[in-house]
Design a protein around this ligand. Structure first.
Ligand code: NOJ
Length: 594
């Protein structure tokens, strides 16, 4: 295996001298668990592959492309919600948790996809939206029907407070309604992430209901044990159908302050024009951890090391550690580390800090780095300086991939990241599909830009669909950035990803080795070594600057006793063997001891 990989790599003898750093990662227990060294791949089903010519992707389309994913080296796919949904939030408003939306297929199609994927050793992770349902879900329809029904308390309902209450915030007074108790407003200043008050008036119940996201996404009341039981039952429904785990949507927002206290204003307004709030009463409340511990136990009752992945945007590594359960390791196996991948600073010191923290401050838990998803501008557009040339952008994309795939992290890719797909933001409001882009235009243009169809070929509709009216337009970049062309180009992003993933699999040091930072004071070059006893060590050096930099890596100080080092993989064609490595702008270099 190791030999086969070496054959495809540049092989350049180097003798290096390096400076070893102090920060050594803690060993991870149970290295045999599949998700600890997996490559996970997010699929946004609307935009992956359309198999029936309606301009929207579907499950059979995913099945058609499993060969591509297998060749890339993907271990598991996370499929964004494909359940029945009114599609207000493109699937994140679920109206039936135990079925497939007809535009994506059927339960039978899911079963076929699962079994074909299994044959190709690709696991399926489903998106599980626990914070809210669609307002068309039968639970909410029943709950909203009266104040006295079996599900009356399944959502977060409130009578509101008199509109004459002193000290109301504008977001409350703008939302006054008259019912049997006179004119009332929401009980506090809480805002929806998608703009406006988080409280929506129900004329039938003469009450407000709470929604952290769109008003069509009412929040469930997780203080009601029946809600937990019902949601765990839906998770079992899919676990019984063989899914390898769940990505838990918006998991930190499950609970709200029972006293309904106002959130603090932090100054300024957001893209939707509302005051910025500190999120302190509606996010990361301690009660959520009890739910997660019970969920972990429930999922662990199934065989096969099923996994819980969290959508966890958090302020720092100490907060991230709590979502693993800290030293107890009894909550999520893989809460996403968004600190590195959304720092948006192409800066060696920032990367060094977050990689080191993930290795030393998580009680030995396994980090999950993420650079891209369907909610954010693509990473290449966040990390490449505006002045970067096309060639520099190409190298920056490769550098980010090298970080993702050579550090001690489970890796999560988002479809198209491996092709160098760029964000394609709509230029006219009337073209926008994501509701926040319509209400927030022009300041907030929504998330359509990172959701455009997958670019498979240089042919019609980039090979995504036979329908010229694809649900979002095909970006012009598809002519050059597409899977078919890139698969034949040795210097393409796709080839780079394939090689990195193959290396990660073949090299024991990358698979499970310790990571030690090198040359830690260097402001421009991030370098580290991965080691495992009795196996070749793997060195990585990445130039974060726009000028050529030379690094001297001290093998002895790295504990590698001065053995010769060879180049395994680099995107720097000019790199020549020497006692030091000279890296051209944004170059990546990976080498091993012999
Ligand atoms: C996070 C999802 O990734 C996003 O697309 C969605 O709008 C919100 N959660 C609400 O479910």
């Amino acid at each position: 295996m190791y030999k086969a990989v070496r054959n495809i790599l540049v092989s350049t003898a180097l003798l290096l001298a390096c400076t070893a750093g102090q920060a050594q990662q803690q060993p991870t227990a149970d290295a045999s668990l599949w998700w600890k060294h997996a490559v996970l791949y997010e699929i946004y089903p609307r935009s992956f592959q359309d198999s029936n010519g309606d301009g929207v992707g579907d499950l059979n389309g995913i099945a058609e492309r499993l060969g591509y994913l297998q060749k890339l080296g993907v271990d598991a796919i996370w499929i964004a919600p494909m359940y029945p949904s009114p599609q207000v939030d493109f699937g994140y408003d679920i109206s039936d948790y135990e079925n497939v939306d007809p535009q994506y297929g059927t339960l039978g199609d899911f079963a076929k996809l699962e079994s074909t994927a299994r044959q190709k050793h690709i696991r399926i992770v489903l998106d599980m939206v626990l914070n809210h349902t669609s307002d068309k879900h039968r639970w909410f329809v029943e709950s909203a029907g009266s104040r006295m029904n079996a599900k009356a308390d399944w959502y977060v309902w409130n009578d509101g407070i008199p509109a004459s209450t002193p000290g109301l915030r504008p977001i409350q007074s703008k939302n006054a309604h008259t019912g049997g108790k006179g004119s009332v407003v929401p009980p506090n200043n809480w805002e929806s992430y998608f703009g406006g008050s988080a409280w929506e008036w129900s004329p039938v119940r003469e009450q407000f209901y709470y929604h952290k996201f769109y008003k069509q996404q009412p929040d469930l009341n997780w203080r009601n044990p029946a809600v937990e039981a019902a949601m765990f039952a839906t998770m079992r429904f899919w676990l019984d159908r063989g899914v390898a785990g769940f990505r838990l949507d918006a998991i930190p927002t499950l609970f709200e302050d029972p006293q309904l206290r106002n959130e603090g204003e932090t100054g300024g307004v957001n893209a939707q024009g509302d005051p910025n709030l500190d999120d302190s009463r509606t996010n990361s409340l301690p009660e959520v951890h009890d739910v997660i511990r019970r969920m972990r136990a429930m999922v662990a009752s199934y065989p096969g090391d099923r996994v819980l992945i969290g959508e966890t945007y958090l302020p720092n590594t100490a907060e991230l550690d709590k979502w693993y359960g800290g030293p107890a390791h009894d909550e999520l196996q893989l809460p996403m580390d968004m600190l590195l991948g959304f720092s948006n600073k192409l800066d060696a010191a920032t990367f060094r800090k977050f990689i080191s923290e993930a290795g030393t401050q998580l009680h030995g838990s396994q980090p999950l780095f993420v650079f891209d998803n369907h909610d954010n501008t693509r990473s290449i557009d966040r990390y490449a300086p505006a002045s970067a040339t096309a060639m520099e952008r190409d190298k920056i994309g490769k550098l980010l991939a090298a970080v993702l795939l050579t550090t001690k992290s489970t890796a999560l890719l988002y479809q198209g990241e491996e092709l160098g797909m760029v964000t394609s933001i709509p230029t006219r409001r009337e073209d926008v599909k994501d509701p926040i882009g319509i209400t927030g235009w022009p300041k907030e243009k929504g998330r359509d830009g990172e959701r455009t169809p997958m670019q498979w070929t240089a042919g019609p509709q980039a090979g995504f669909s036979s329908d010229p009216n694809t649900w979002l337009p095909i970006p012009a970049s598809y002519k050059t950035a597409n899977a078919a062309s890139e698969s034949h180009e040795p210097g393409s992003q796709l080839t780079w990803y394939e090689r990195l993933i193959a290396l990660r699999r073949a090299m024991p040091a990358l698979h499970n080795g310790t990571l030690t930072m090198l040359d830690e004071k260097n402001p421009d070059v991030l370098s580290y070594v991965r080691t495992v006893p009795g196996q070749p060590s793997v060195f990585v050096a990445l130039n974060f600057s726009s000028t050529t930099k030379t690094v001297t890596l001290d093998l002895n100080a790295a504990g590698v006793t001065g053995k010769p080092v060879k180049t395994l993989l680099t995107d720097d064609a000019s790199l020549v063997p020497a006692a030091t490595i000279s890296l051209t702008p944004y170059a990546s270099w990976i080498g091993i001891t012999q």
